[in-house]
Write a protein that binds this ligand. Structure first.
Ligand code: GLV
Ligand code: MN
Ligand code: MN
Length: 431
């Protein structure tokens, strides 16, 4: 039986759980519509934070939410909130969502699935005739990926108070454009959207996301109940040498910034070799100046992304970075900045139990698992109880244009989400 048939038969049974009203076709059509915004020739999506494509995708989301009668608000850093009002509007809301931005070689699901699953869950609650006591909000966090404006998880970090609004507004991309200016550019799109104060409290936050790893598919499981997220350091390393003629400058006198950077990267990757493959070390960006074939490189700026689930060990690993870079600087100067540290986090235990209960009630095979990727739920857990639902990623492929999750799996994750949001919306409510 395919999921559309399953859908039809479920809506005629006596169940009034919102999961029975999750509309498989609507969810997947919306995902396909969003994937057209920033679509790449190789079938992926390139929708960097606060670009015109990001703005266009946000606007489409606002349109769908408005059609559904949700109230749309936006905060000073550009996070978007879509609210299904509750009968007790003064109670803090149950919130679900994720992000709209992608990596340059992004796929069709990382982030946007969590936003559209939340919208679909709200739509299913409405379709089931359910009237929520607590408000239920869908959120689209701004700049989760950190690929245009580093570091990542900017909007959720500001919401949780982990970084100041001012610091976030002052971040710049490689062309020197600030978050403040990029937000200003998009401002006319949101003229009809009301502003809301930053950091309003949540009752609970639940984020649905593709796993981005191989576990669920390999073990034939539908749902991952996420126990926590491994920790991460990000660094920016600037190596300053001296420009010189590639034909005339003797090697002895050169200050070649690229050769020095290559030595640092090789030494770091050797220092972080882990036979158990738990430590993850990546240099994903290298900017060479002047980047001309006949000029000895004057400056190199490179990124470091370093992850491990154990906080103490991650701290020790982080200390290796500046000393190793200094040791391999040769005749160049090196400056190492630690941009961001996300400590390993553990999600709320009760929420894990709630997600598990919903998966079990739907008869969906599930497992508890740690997330190796970062998510907005991480910063949010530092302030409010948070949890996550994973669905399988084919081959574990992600941050890659071929990223794929079977539509039926996307629907199953959304069904679990709908039932969890529904039951949370009734918690702590006066009779
Ligand atoms: C999010 O995409 C991360 O970097 O883990
Ligand atoms: Mn993501
Ligand atoms: Mn991502």
């Amino acid at each position: 039986m395919n999921i559309s048939q399953e859908q039809t038969s479920k809506t005629v049974d006596s169940s009034t759980r919102p999961s029975s009203f999750v509309n498989h076709d609507r969810l997947n059509t919306r995902l396909a519509d969003m994937a057209k915004i920033g679509a790449t020739p190789a079938g992926g999506v390139n929708r960097a934070a606060l670009t015109p494509e990001d703005g266009k995708a946000q606007l489409l989301l606002v349109q769908w939410a408005t059609d559904l009668g949700l109230k749309v608000t936006r905060d000073a850093i550009g996070n978007l909130f879509l609210r299904l009002e509750g009968t007790q509007p003064d109670l803090s809301p149950v919130v679900s969502g994720s992000h709209i931005d992608t990596q340059p070689t992004g796929g069709k699901f990382d982030g946007i699935y969590g936003v559209l699953a939340a919208l679909e869950a709200v739509e299913a609650i409405v379709a089931s005739g359910g009237v929520v006591s607590r408000p239920v909000e869908v959120v689209a966090w701004v700049n989760e990926e950190g690929s245009r404006f580093a570091p990542s998880m900017m909007g959720s970090g500001v919401h949780a108070g982990l970084r100041s609004l001012e610091a976030a507004l002052n971040l710049i991309d490689v062309d020197g454009v600030s978050v403040r200016d990029a937000l200003q550019e998009l401002e006319p799109l949101f003229e009809s959207v009301a502003q809301r104060p930053l950091g309003l409290p949540f009752y609970r936050y639940v984020e649905t996301h593709i796993e981005q790893g191989p576990v669920l598919e390999r073990d034939d499981l539908a749902i991952g109940i996420v126990t926590g997220i491994q920790g991460k350091h990000t660094f920016r390393v600037t190596v300053n040498g001296e420009a010189a003629h590639s034909g005339t400058a003797p090697h002895k006198t050169r200050k070649d910034a690229l050769l020095a950077a290559a030595g640092m990267i090789t030494a770091l990757s050797e220092a972080f070799v882990d036979p158990e493959d738990i430590t993850r070390f990546t240099v994903g960006r290298l900017i060479v100046e002047p980047n001309a074939p006949s000029v000895v490189p004057q400056q190199v700026v490179f990124s470091i992304d370093l992850r491990h689930p154990d906080q103490e060990y991650l701290e020790q690993l982080g200390q290796v970075v500046p000393e190793t870079c200094q040791r391999h600087a040769g005749p160049c100067d090196v400056h190492v900045e630690r941009l961001y540290t996300a400590k390993p986090i553990a999600f709320d235990h009760q929420l894990q139990d709630d997600i598990e209960a919903a998966a079990r009630a739907l008869d969906l095979p599930h497992i508890r698992m740690l997330s190796s990727a970062g998510h907005d739920a991480g910063p949010i857990q530092s302030k409010f109880p948070a949890g996550m639902i994973f669905v399988p990623s084919v081959g574990g492929v992600t941050h890659n244009e071929t990223e794929f999750t079977h539509p039926a799996d996307l629907t199953r994750g959304t069904q679990v989400l709908a039932d969890v949001l529904w039951s949370l919306s009734k918690e702590g409510v006066d009779a």
